[in-house]
Design a binder for this molecule. Structure first.
Ligand code: ZN
Length: 193
């Protein structure tokens, strides 16, 4: 998390940048709706769209700290985890759902943690492939399961509203690690959920 002095200096820098951007668009910054825009945009990026950027490795470790020591060795899956992220190439939103599953090795985390960890990585400038891998790697590193899998399906506004102009198209990415990748039956089970 950001210290308040760090927050203030970052916010100021962002506001200046947004102001310059709006000026280059030949917009009247005295317009009642635009007056507060640099401040609003800066706040949104610091506190929401880009908040995951300021979550440290230490915080991630805390989020994924073990809640239960269980004998469970059955696959645990949380699906339809909705998220919003922004593409690193255009800074335009992409939204989708994630499916996260793992096969515990005597260590189990609360289900909400799986959803939170998706958000930590989604609230950054991202490419979908990297987001998918980062979620899987974080669970591998901190939960130490026998296997982990992440599948993400998302719609990219930079494909819908510009460039290819293909609204409705969906991108699907997956990252399977450990047994989830090596064991065919396990892989099948996870992908079929
Ligand atoms: Zn893009």
């Amino acid at each position: 998390m950001l210290e308040s002095s760090e927050y203030d200096s970052k916010k100021k820098k962002m506001e200046q940048g947004i102001q310059m951007f709006l000026e280059a668009m030949d917009l009247d910054l005295k317009d009642q709706h635009l007056k507060g825009t640099p401040e609003r945009v800066a706040r949104a990026w610091l506190e929401e769209f880009g908040a995951g950027n300021f979550v440290s490795e230490e915080d991630i470790k805390k989020i994924l700290s073990i809640d239960f020591a269980e004998k469970c060795d059955e696959m645990i899956v949380l699906k339809d985890i909705s998220f919003t992220s922004h593409c690193i190439h255009h800074m335009v939103e992409f939204t989708g759902i994630a499916k996260v599953g793992y096969v515990p090795d005597k260590r189990v985390v609360g289900l909400s943690k799986l959803a939170r960890i998706v958000d930590v990585y989604a609230k950054r400038l991202q490419i979908q492939e990297r987001l998918t891998r980062q979620v899987a790697e974080a669970i591998k590193k901190h939960v130490k399961p026998l296997g982990v899998g992440v599948v993400i399906q998302a719609q990219h506004n930079c494909v819908a509203c510009r460039g290819a102009f293909k609204p409705g198209s969906k991108m699907i990415t997956s990252c399977l690690l450990g047994k989830m990748r090596e064991d065919k039956a396990m892989r099948q089970e996870f992908l079929s959920f």
